[in-house]
Write a protein that binds this ligand. Structure first.
Ligand code: SIN
Length: 295
């Protein structure tokens, strides 16, 4: 976490407990079924600075999650998953006790980085949570950027990354519990360009826009790009840039999707875990180099 003078004093309506020195905070003492503009603004402020927040002790269903999510912004669309009946913007991920093999999202990733404008925020609500296990791991792409040497930063600052949708359809279709849209295979052909080094729209803090879908840099071959991508991916996974969110039933997690990567931890065999997901649109990624030039 970058220290911001007087940040804590702005949270007059909620109790906030940071999870680690790099990112993440628990929030208690609010009821998302009864929010007003001031409270929404304080939760958004916490999200902008901590990048992942866990709002504890909520009582949400698809209808109320939909209501809460839309207070924070419009739905991004989801070209991959078939949503719940009656709610275009909500998907349920169910892992039953009998399921074996990979869980949804178990490799470190960003949600839908191959979209023209990747989700600004992902919301995940814990409906049923195992007594132990099933945490979500996050790694801060701001802390990772700040942890690079000045020389490395100057090498990568102006790079444009190409994020590919290849494999997204097959990976999602392989999960028995996920219903994938019939036209989702077209995602395989998507290649989208984003700046590698971006600035957060409200804090101005720099972050890498790095994901498992990043396949090369504009103007460079794959052979030239991959060593840099591999270096950044392994650097971004250093333990000091991470936090683990421990779920409880009724936890609503919100994360700044473009500023971190996350992974669902597959360590609860024989247990059931059910979460609801929606995504919130925001501004397009803004290149740090462009931000420097603008007034
Ligand atoms: C996801 O990657 O969106 C799912 C994360 C989780 O289930 O913890």
């Amino acid at each position: 976490m970058k220290t911001v003078p007087d940040l804590e004093s702005q949270f007059t309506r909620l109790k906030l407990r940071p999870l680690t020195g790099s990112l993440g905070a628990d929030i208690v003492g609010i009821n998302l079924n009864a929010v007003d503009e001031e409270l929404i603004a304080q939760v958004q402020l916490a999200l902008d600075h901590y990048h992942v927040i866990a709002v504890r002790n909520q009582n949400l269903d698809p209808a109320s999650l939909h209501e809460v999510a839309r207070r924070f912004g419009p739905f991004t669309g989801n070209p991959v998953h078939i949503p719940l009946d009656g709610f275009d913007d909500i998907v349920r991920f169910t892992r039953s006790a009998a399921d074996r093999g990979p869980v949804v999202g178990e490799d470190l990733h960003m949600d839908m980085p191959w979209m023209e404008i990747p989700p600004a925020t992902t919301m995940l609500y814990g409906e049923e949570i195992p007594p132990v296990g099933g945490d979500t791991l996050f790694t801060s792409l701001s802390a990772a950027y700040e942890g690079l040497s000045e020389t490395m930063r100057s090498i990568i600052n102006d790079l444009m990354g190409i994020h590919s949708g290849k494999g997204v359809f097959a990976l999602n279709a392989s999960h028995r519990a996920l219903s994938v849209k019939s036209n989702a295979q077209a995602i395989d052909d998507i290649e989208t360009e984003h700046p590698l080094v971006c600035v957060h729209p409200t804090t101005g803090r720099r972050h890498l826009l790095l994901s498992a879908a990043l396949c090369r840099f504009t103007g460079m071959t794959e052979a030239e790009s991959m060593p840099i991508i591999n270096l950044l991916m392994s650097h971004a996974q250093r333990v000091e840039y991470t936090c683990r969110l421990r779920w409880e039933p009724g936890t609503l997690a919100m994360w700044s999707n473009q500023c971190l990567m996350h992974a669902a931890i597959n360590d609860y065999p024989g247990q059931r875990r059910v979460v609801l997901r929606t995504t919130i649109a925001g501004p397009p990624p803004k290149a740090a180099s462009a931000a420097e030039c603008s007034p």
